[in-house]
Design a protein around this ligand. Structure first.
Ligand code: ME8
Length: 659
């Protein structure tokens, strides 16, 4: 037998500086769905997650709680492992950077860099962002704050070891350009090239002396190794590197490092350069997904707007939360978490489409065939269509999963769920049952429904793993593993007739949205409040009291409130499932924004990248199809509906104000 193909996937190792929130769950659930899908299709998967336990931030947090750092992180790590258990995360390994298997390896790597001349000792004087554990040059700061997180930076002046980044910069640029898949989505690649590689890479300070919660530099104990060098190497130390372990040989290079967009720089610049210095192949893909935001912005402890995932899981179950995270937002883009959208997904997709399909089907088999699955037989309405859709769906999903588009994969699966529901409506089994001569036809319809449910259950495995066994039990194939795998999706009609089906618990009971919104509090309440405010604003009379000549006019001061600027479009793609909307990323000078605009009927995404347009930057953000839109691109439309973008006559720096 041919050897199994392998697949190595990682999540970031999270800081156990606090409990994790729903944003961290987003990456980990995504990685788990990919890992499970690859396993389902027969690959030998290694799925790594873990915790990044050193650094100044953790040391300070521990101090604030009056604890030793090790005691402090132990408690949070236990909590994190429990969270992953509750969310059914099937990691193969959980690495903690405080484990000797890691610390010893990091020391060996650091020593090798030093001995081969990649690291030298010098003095560091500059800015440091402790929450991001990140060094910055004066010119990189924005309003004297960290350009990544916007928090204050500290001046540090200390002796340090430096890594010669510049030595490897050209090789890295060449690698990125020759391997278009290496940095995904592509907009992140352009950002890395234009903002970091092209302006020239500075050498990186890779040790600290002002605190001691870290891996000591083995030959100079005053220093601890910089937490990002320590952290990034987890992806190889967990496989046993630098030892010649079987696991390392089998799984390195990683197939995917899944991370959030704010740490793409560390993973696509520093990490590949460290690997080049170790003479190791680079990971095949680094995917920097967007953020899950709340309506009032980024989740943060200080804002008190954290959504506690354990509370959500306890109330709605792990499958519902997983489904929502995987289905709601196209992977890559920023999205907004709202209680309302979660509840709608549960009621519409899970309770109505999927749950009802199972309960309707089983109720009919119980009523007309005493719960014994009838034989396949005479052709009914839409048999062939249902069968071919079921047989095509696994490949469609596999294609989307290869591109890490779970939301599209789930859409393909729901096409089958909805088609199966339609098959019931088209064949009206309750009418067939009235005519004894149609008993065989009725049996065939029911057989097809149950067989389609078998396909659906197998395909649900990677996404909502608690549901398939419930379906198998109810359709009577609980013990028959041969019918529950990928191979069994190559043939239609495998369930043996005569099996006993038995309707029991509802898969997803319908929720009372109003009651649940009240229970969800926080996020939910705030949304309702802001919605009311907007309605009132709509009803309010025009603000000016002017009549006559000035009626409907704005004052200069009112006009000045609009922040209109030049924006450069840096990325653009269609929003799936819509024919009007495009998702654009624009550079507006000091920051990048995501905008959802109704331009798809007028422009192809490729045409827009690189264009400069006029942009309203201080429009209140809105959510369109689950995606956050932060601003408005201005365009002119004539009476016939022809549309053209407004632009500037000559190129000018993005962010330039219009006045
Ligand atoms: O950065 N939306 O750890 P971290 C989506 N230790 N994803 C989010 C998110 C949100 N609102 N918030 C967090 C670190 N994440 C380092 C990593 S790796 C060698 C070292 C996810 O605890 C996302 O994957 O700050 C993001 O990159 C990660 O959590 C940051 O976790």
């Amino acid at each position: 037998m041919a050897e199994k193909q392998t697949f190595y996937i990682t999540t970031p190792i999270y800081y156990p500086s606090d409990k994790l929130h729903i944003g961290h769950c987003y990456t980990t659930v995504a990685a788990d769905a990919i890992a499970r899908f690859q396993r389902l299709t027969g690959k030998e998967v290694h799925f790594l997650t873990g915790t990044d336990e050193h650094g100044q931030k953790i040391q300070r947090q521990a101090q604030a709680k009056g604890k030793e750092p090790s005691e402090f992180v132990d408690e949070i790590v236990d909590w994190i492992k429990e969270l992953w258990r509750d969310l059914d995360i099937t990691y193969d390994d959980f690495i903690r950077t405080t484990e000797p298997r890691h610390t010893e390896a990091v020391q060996a790597i650091f020593t090798r860099f030093y001995e081969q001349g990649d690291i030298y000792k010098d003095k560091y004087e500059g800015w440091y962002c402790t929450p991001c554990e990140s060094f910055w040059l004066e010119r990189q700061l924005q309003d004297n704050k960290c350009p990544d997180c916007g928090r204050p930076v500290e001046m540090v002046a200390e002796e340090g070891y430096f890594f010669r980044m510049s030595k490897y910069a050209d090789r890295l640029l060449e690698h990125i350009e020759k391997n278009p898949d290496f940095i995904q989505p592509p907009s992140r690649k352009n950002e890395m090239i234009n903002n970091f590689l092209k302006p020239g890479l500075e050498d990186l300070c890779v040790s600290r002396t002002t605190f001691d919660w870290g891996v000591p530099v083995p030959f100079d104990r005053k220093h601890v190794i910089y937490v990002w060098l320590d952290a990034l190497t987890n992806y190889i130390t967990a496989l046993g590197y630098p030892g010649k372990s079987e696991q390392f040989i089998k799984f390195w290079p990683a197939d995917v490092h899944l991370i959030g967009k704010e740490i793409v720089r560390f993973h696509t610049i520093y990490w590949p350069i460290f690997l080049m210095a170790l003479d190791l192949p680079l990971p095949k893909k680094v995917f920097g997904h967007g953020w899950l935001l709340l309506e009032d912005g980024k989740m943060s402890k200080s804002k008190g707007n954290i959504i506690d995932p354990k509370v959500l899981i306890a109330r709605y179950g792990s499958d519902a939360i997983r489904y929502y995270l995987l289905r709601e937002i196209p992977f890559g883009a920023d999205g907004v978490f709202t209680g309302e959208a979660l509840l709608k997904r549960i009621n519409t997709d899970l309770a109505n489409d999927l749950g009802n399909l199972l309960s309707r089907t089983l109720t009919i088999v119980e009523r007309y065939f005493n719960g014994v699955l009838p034989a396949p037989g005479m052709a009914a309405n839409g048999d062939e269509e249902l069968k071919s859709l079921a047989l095509e769906t696994p490949q469609k999903m596999a294609k989307s999963m290869d591109q890490l588009q779970f939301s599209t994969a789930l859409m393909a699966l729901w096409e089958l769920v909805r088609r199966t529901n339609k098959y019931i409506d088209d064949n009206t089994p309750w009418d067939l049952a009235k005519d004894p001569s149609k008993k065989e036809l009725l049996g065939a319809v029911l057989y097809n429904l149950v067989e389609s449910l078998r396909f659906i259950a197998v395909l649900l495995k990677p996404y909502i793993p608690r549901t398939p066994p419930k379906i198998w039990r109810q359709i009577g194939i609980e013990g028959d593993e041969g019918l529950q795998n990928w191979e069994a999706l190559k043939e239609w009609g495998l369930i043996p007739p005569g099996s006993n089906v038995k309707r029991d618990e509802d898969l997803f009971p319908r929720l009372d949205i109003k009651k649940e919104m009240e229970a969800l509090q926080g996020g939910g309440r705030e949304q309702q409040k802001s919605a009311q405010k907007t309605d009132k604003q709509k009803e309010a009379p025009p603000s000016g009291k002017q009549k006559g000549l000035t009626e409907g006019m704005v004052t200069f001061d009112e006009f000045k409130k609009l922040d209109i600027r030049v924006a450069e479009i840096i990325a653009c793609e269609k929003v799936p499932e819509t024919d009007k909307l495009l998702r654009l990323e624009v550079d507006i000078g000091e920051e990048k924004r995501q905008v959802i605009a109704g331009l798809a009927k007028h422009y192809q995404p490729e045409e827009l990248v690189g264009r400069q347009v006029l942009f309203v930057a201080n429009l209140k953000p809105v959510r369109l199809r689950g995606l956050l839109s932060e601003g408005m691109i201005l365009a002119a439309t004539d009476k016939e509906g022809n549309l053209t973008l407004t632009t500037v006559e000559e190129r000018i720096a993005p962010g330039s104000p219009i006045s």
